[in-house]
Design a protein around this ligand. Sequence first.
Ligand SMILES: Nc1nc2c(c(=O)[nH]1)N[C@H]1C(S)=C(S)[C@@H](COP(=O)(O)O)O[C@H]1N2
Ligand SMILES: [Mo]
Length: 197
Amino acid sequence: MATFTRGFGGRRRDRDDTRLPPGQTLVADWPVMSAGATPTVTPETWSFSIRTESGLHEWSWDEVRALGVEDVTVDVHCVTHWTKLDMPWRGVPLDKLFAQVDTALGHCMVHSFGGYTTNVPLDELLGGRSWIAFEADGAPLTPEHGGPARLLVPHLYFWKSAKWVRGIVMHGEDEPGFWEQNGYNMHGDPWKEERYW
Ligand SMILES: Nc1nc2c(c(=O)[nH]1)N[C@H]1C(S)=C(S)[C@@H](COP(=O)(O)O)O[C@H]1N2
Ligand SMILES: [Mo]
């Protein structure tokens, strides 16, 4: 009996382990990780902008959602070593916004209400790899998890998924955001353990 239980648990762990990047540990809960206070943002006061060499492109809450909301299930990996598997999210892929914007600049600085910033190469936000997310686990994002809207870039460490996201400024060079200025990696691929400088 005990042997069967241990064997079953072992097999399940093995299957999950293939989805666990090096140095990560599975969690069932969803920790809150914020560098500062939670800003008060509502769908009415929220908007999203992309600043390029040609100027400012801006979308309201309704305009972003009208671009096409999709449901995705992804794994998220925090640099502080926790991983949460199979999280259901709902949001609009960044592809939809960048389809309306022309830019020759390749580097994004993501800005949040409250002042948080993080840098991501443009091509890593495209190709169905990032979303402006409004819901997680079947419910609107709570304020502490970035509601009403946050970036979701699950293939990079979770610090790149800016909560209370409000826009992107395009740059010609890769520049460090908030955590990147404080020792975190410029890129942040969890499979390569790109944690710190
Ligand atoms: N605006 C903002 N976004 C942020 C952060 C933050 O402090 N401020 N923390 C980052 C970090 S380090 C992580 S691990 C995740 C945590 O998201 P959660 O609190 O929903 O788990 O948000 C990221 N996005
Ligand atoms: Mo984090």
